[in-house]
Design a protein around this ligand. Structure first.
Ligand SMILES: [Zn+2]
Length: 393
């Protein structure tokens, strides 16, 4: 109900509407906020948000970019697309050079999330992670055609980004966790994508996508959902903000009785004046991944075809996965009737554990002493060798 009230406030105040139009996330949030999936997903995430979690495991998320174009200026180059993936990997790993924009006293976090352009598609075939589709529809991203013309790849295994025409004023939007499965991704105006090629002045460093992926990972704007000090973004270390700043204002600037964090990626400043997510935003995003998008961490989307694990998933069970304290491994079918060797490897290939298993009912692995991260569990009998990913969170 709160969302609805403030939504109408936006419609009543033209100056706010102008600021609001740059990112349509609040409209998408409003559209899904009353659905059962959204409410249940947010409830799950909220349980994690109430805990203190210090995990630094690097999450790797496969990305597919759907380019929808009416002319060649909108059919952006592979290098422009790659530049955006690079920007994401800088901004979400605190490798961006412009953290100097962050004022003293504010936190700047390595979110420890990385992104790859998909190397394999949902059918296991090789891909460059880019789908190009010609269209004659004007402003296709603003209607309900973009995800029908270029349908989503399974949101449980890929971050879907549609790059297309959003008209003159809108730079992008995203759906929060708990949104419809056929639209649960990010949409970016073609000239606000990447930092090279056909990019619009001032919004030319890929920050629109950094911002929208933040929404997709459950972040709100720093001002909550209205220019008022009574709405918050539910993050402890971002100050209450009652003003939406644009362009490159001179810090310090304040509202709600405290100094505002102008440089935050979730604001509306010009790309060159941004520089950080906070520790609180980091935890909220990572909790969203673990609670609602954890299957992304087990996706093979980043893995080139031909270098795959030898996986027979129907006969190899690992649960829970991701895990914290322990997980349970079991081989099904004929394989379980014979002794098998179980080995646990770190992401870098280092052997972490080795056991010979004779129990037919499976084996429990204590993971409480392991460093947080991605591992491979390999099970080998005389006939077969199977391996799967395990995430220790
Ligand atoms: Zn936004």
């Amino acid at each position: 109900m709160k969302y609805r009230v403030y939504f109408f406030l936006f419609l009543l105040i033209p100056s706010l509407l102008a600021a609001q139009s740059r990112c349509l996330f609040d409209d998408k949030l409003q559209a899904v906020a009353q659905t059962t999936e959204f409410i249940e997903t947010q409830r799950k995430i909220q349980k994690y948000n109430q805990k203190t979690n210090k995990s630094e495991t690097v999450f790797l998320i496969p990305v597919v970019v759907h380019v929808l174009y009416k002319d060649q200026s909108e059919n952006i180059s592979n290098s422009q697309i790659l530049s955006q993936i690079n920007v994401l990997n800088e901004d979400y790993r605190l490798k961006n050079a412009d953290t100097t924009n962050v004022e003293a006293g504010f936190s700047k976090a390595d979110v420890a999330i990385e992104f790859c352009l998909a190397n394999r598609d949902p059918n296991g075939n090789s891909t460059n992670g880019i789908i190009r589709t010609a269209t004659s529809i004007d402003n296709i991203g603003l209607g309900n055609q973009y995800y029908r013309v270029s349908p989503i790849w399974d949101r449980d295994h890929y971050l879907n980004i549609w790059v297309c025409d959003l008209g003159e004023n809108v730079a992008g939007f995203a759906f929060p966790p708990g949104s419809p499965a056929d639209q649960d991704g990010v949409v970016i105006h073609y000239s606000n994508f990447g930092n090279t090629g056909n990019v619009e002045p001032n919004y030319d460093r890929g920050r629109t996508t950094t911002h929208e992926v933040g929404h997709w990972l459950n972040l709100l704007h720093p001002w909550g959902n209205s220019e008022s000090c009574s709405t918050d973004d539910q993050i402890a270390d971002t100050p209450l903000q009652g003003v939406i700043y644009e362009k490159c204002p001179s810090p310090p600037d304040s509202s709600c009785g405290s100094k505002d964090m102008l440089s935050n990626f979730m604001g509306y400043l010009y790309d060159r004046c941004m520089g950080n997510f906070t520790e609180g935003q980091k935890q909220r995003m990572r909790n969203a991944v673990v609670a609602s998008r954890s299957s992304l961490l087990l996706s093979d989307g980043c893995m080139p075809v031909g270098l795959t694990e030898r996986t027979l998933s129907q006969n190899f069970y690992i649960s829970p996965n991701p895990c914290t304290e322990r997980t349970f491994v079991k081989l099904g079918g004929e394989a379980m009737k014979k002794p098998h060797r179980l080995r646990l490897f770190s992401l870098s290939g280092q052997l972490v554990k080795a056991e010979t298993i004779t129990q037919q009912n499976g084996y429990q692995i204590n993971t409480s002493a392991l460093e947080k991260g991605l591992y491979f569990i390999e099970c080998q009998t005389e006939e077969i060798r199977l391996s799967k990913k395990l995430v220790v969170f």
